[in-house]
Design a binder for this molecule. Structure first.
Ligand code: ADP
Ligand code: ZN
Ligand code: ZN
Length: 724
């Protein structure tokens, strides 16, 4: 028996692979194996197998088992994971562990379920004829049965579908087919609307792509982006290929899944997201990896799914920050997806009403093909009207403007609902003058200073500059300086008092902490058991509230003068989404934004619905200030119980970077949340206009930083950070 030499990647905090003897097992790259590691057993992924162990035989331990419960990761997924490990400077073993379903990360062996039963009508016409005209749900299920349908597809179509099918089977109307090995059913298409000219051009361009081509599908809410995806996907399915569709976590709603299933009733559609059980996720992943699933609808973790016949990648709401993993391997699923498309030589569609400035820059530089959709797809569907309500003083912005009050009263009188939306994104307290609107800003940066009330200091989280709180406004002399955006907690009381008799419902992270609370609250809204909703960004996306006709936005301004340079693009995306909640059914709704800065170009562009102009202005600013995506960033973050340790560690880490032309390694500064869970937090920004230079520096520095003494220090590297 020839003993082979096997390199295995393990999920341990070491950036190297481990060598084992093959133990006579015929293993191959990508396969999952169980190995001894110290006194433990671990699960790992085979990276390579050498023909002959030669001298090594007997000098190392052998792998214990090759369970074979997970198909070997194909070469392209292994390469993708290698790229992610290199680019994000993270151990390959950890990347591979993150890329596979949880059930394959441990030493347990996954036993897949029996092949699913499939059903088909013996005679579709007879089956339909026997169902009452009002039994719509049963009719829908019966229609599906014209072609073979799996148990899970039936269950997804209706909660009682399986029971009906069993009844029909007993009556001889439906027959059970062989298991999953049955040949893939022919493609069926649900009714699809006639595309408008711009949509038609978009679908044609995507279909005509030869090899790798990234598209930026830029269209306002309701302009028919999803319809473009569906028709582009149909072309792929016709050609027998698979499609991967990524969506932000909160957007993966049953409605969206339903829309896909209705369009492709006979196709195997699986979803992959963190809300499902580990077991279900493994089953769906296996369906994708076997090539059986035609469409994978998933959140960021789905980007690594093996798909042998992958023909197209779609990234919906590509600007959404939830595509960025914020712990462990800090990858951007959007960027990884684009890389994967390049590697596979296939088209990728990035869709958004408010594209990220990164993607916008790529479109402007013609690296991405811009596909614009300018109109609402449904004729006559109005956009909500947006109005600004100028409030002169900061204090006033914490309550409701009289016109906002009137608008809410009007909505309630008409039996509709109103939403008071409080922007909390990117919130960091900024000191402002209640008279003239002056705000404390950094002498050295384009950033606002952040108020640290406990120490009574103002700090720049960008360059580290700090000063004591000024006693009066340097512009007008007013002594009443206030943290802007404070006191939102009081709003619920204020509103409840102003609208006595109205049912006020607050929906935010605090009110929905426990499982089921959010669903219960949303149901209350749907059932019309609430009149005024008070909510944060949790309510902005995905949800469809038929009775909501009026939205009042408070605290929008905090997004304009945030120390986060991405705050403006995010605010635009957020307000676009919030505005999209109002008046989705029937007449366009009313959106009122209370602001102290009604002349700010941001609001002009928002009222005009002109994201392109905003994006171009932001891009020019980034150019001028050398901010991403013009400059390439990496952030080294560290935390420890004592500040001195963090400082010492980051100073030592800073010294690990080589001196390179075009590379800037900044001084350590306080993180925007300076203390969390008893840990002092600081960060170090590494920047270069050249991605090559940045990565060259990281290649040198990261192994040295890895070797630094780190008692009580927790640190992480974030390449292309989204939070600064
Ligand atoms: P988006 O994804 O850009 O928000 P959707 O694709 O969801 O837009 O389309 C919005 C609405 O318009 C949906 O109800 C959709 O069915 C409808 N729609 C899309 N394209 C067309 C079209 N070409 N003709 C008629 N209705 C359309
Ligand atoms: Zn002032
Ligand atoms: Zn500064």
């Amino acid at each position: 028996m020839t003993e082979k030499w096997v390199q295995v990647a393990l999920d341990v905090p070491l950036s190297r692979s481990f060598a084992y003897g093959s133990g006579g097992l015929p293993v191959q790259p990508g396969e999952r194996v169980l190995v001894p590691f110290g006194a433990r057993r671990l699960s790992g992924i085979v990276l390579s197998v050498d023909a002959d162990a030669g001298d090594y035989a007997g000098k190392t331990r052998a792998i214990l088992a090759a369970p074979g419960d997970m198909p070997a990761l194909p070469e392209d997924v292994l390469r993708l994971c290698r790229f992610v490990a290199d680019y994000y400077h993270h151990p390959l073993g950890a990347v591979l562990a993150a890329a596979i379903p949880v059930v394959f990360r441990g030493t347990g062996i996954f036993v897949p379920p029996q092949p699913e039963a499939r059903f088909q009508a013996a005679d579709p016409v007879a089956l339909l004829a026997g169902i009452g005209p009002r039994a719509h749900a049963q009719q829908k299920v019966a229609q599906l049965l014209a072609a073979p349908v799996s148990e899970s597809a039936l269950r997804a179509a209706h909660a009682s579908a399986l029971r009906w099918v069993r009844d029909w089977q007993a009556a001889g109307l439906v027959q059970q087919l062989a298991g999953i090995e049955a040949p893939a059913p022919a493609l069926q298409l649900g009714t699809q609307p006639e595309l408008n000219a711009e949509q038609g051009r978009a679908v044609a361009a995507i279909a005509a792509a030869e090899g790798f081509e990234p598209f930026l599908l830029y269209g306002i809410t309701g302009s028919g982006k999803t319809e473009v995806y569906l028709q582009a996907i149909a072309r792929q399915l016709e050609a027998g290929r698979q499609v991967l569709v990524l969506v932000p976590e909160i957007n993966l709603t049953p409605q969206l899944e339903g829309r896909f299933r209705a369009r492709f009733p006979a196709s195997d559609i699986v979803s992959l997201h963190s809300g499902m059980t580990d077991r279900q996720r493994a089953i769906n992943w296996l369906a994708a990896a076997s090539g059986r699933a035609a469409i994978v609808l998933g959140t960021r973790l789905a980007v690594f799914t093996p798909m042998p016949c992958l023909g197209l990648l779609v990234i919906d709401e590509e600007h959404d920050p939830s595509y960025k993993q914020q712990e462990g391997v800090r990858y951007s699923a959007r960027d990884v997806a684009v890389y994967r498309a390049r590697q596979r030589g296939i088209p990728v569609v990035l869709g958004s009403a408010t594209p990220s400035i990164e993607s916008w820059q790529n479109a402007m530089a013609r690296r991405y093909t811009l596909l614009p959709l300018h109109q609402r797809a449904v004729k006559g569907a109005g956009l909500p009207s947006i109005r600004l309500l100028p409030v002169k003083k900061i204090r006033a912005s914490e309550g409701l403007h009289p016109l906002a009050q009137e608008a809410i009263e009007r909505a309630l009188a008409a039996g509709q609902q109103a939403l008071v939306f409080i922007n909390r994104r990117g919130y960091a307290p900024v000191l402002a003058c209640t008279e003239c609107g002056w705000m404390a800003s950094c002498k050295h940066c384009a950033a606002r200073l952040v108020l640290h009330l406990n120490e009574r200091r103002l700090r720049c989280h960008h360059c580290g500059f700090e000063e004591a709180i000024t006693p009066s406004c340097p512009d007008c002399g007013n002594h009443d300086l206030q943290p802007i955006g404070h006191g939102t907690q009081r709003l619920e009381d204020i509103v409840a008092r102003q609208f006595a008799g109205a049912r006020v419902l607050r929906i935010d992270r605090d009110s929905t902490r426990r499982k089921g609370e959010l669903d219960a609250a949303l149901k209350q809204v749907h059932d019309g058991d609430a009149d005024i909703l008070i909510g944060t960004q949790m309510l902005a996306k995905g949800h469809d509230f038929p009775r909501l006709s009026c939205v009042v936005v408070l605290n929008a301004d905090t997004g304009l003068y945030s120390m986060d340079f991405r705050a403006e693009e995010r605010l635009f995306a957020l307000l676009t989404q919030v505005a999209g909640r109002a008046g989705r059914h029937g007449q366009g709704g009313e959106v009122l934004i209370q602001t102290m800065f009604e002349d700010h170009p941001f609001y002009t562009q928002l009222l005009d619905g002109d994201y392109a102009r905003l994006a171009n202005r932001l891009l020019a600013e980034r150019q001028q200030l050398r901010l991403p995506p013009v400059s390439q960033w990496a952030m080294l973050r560290a935390e420890a119980p004592q500040l001195e340790r963090v400082q010492a560690f980051l100073s030592a880490a800073r010294a690990c970077f080589p001196v390179l032309r075009g590379l800037t390694v900044h001084e350590p500064v306080a993180a925007s949340m300076t203390r969390r869970a008893g840990h002092e937090r600081m960060q170090l920004l590494i920047a270069s206009d050249s991605r090559t230079v940045l990565h060259q520096a990281l290649d040198t520095a990261v192994p040295l930083i890895d070797a630094l003494p780190v008692s009580q220090i927790r640190w992480s590297l974030d390449v292309d950070p989204l939070e600064v």
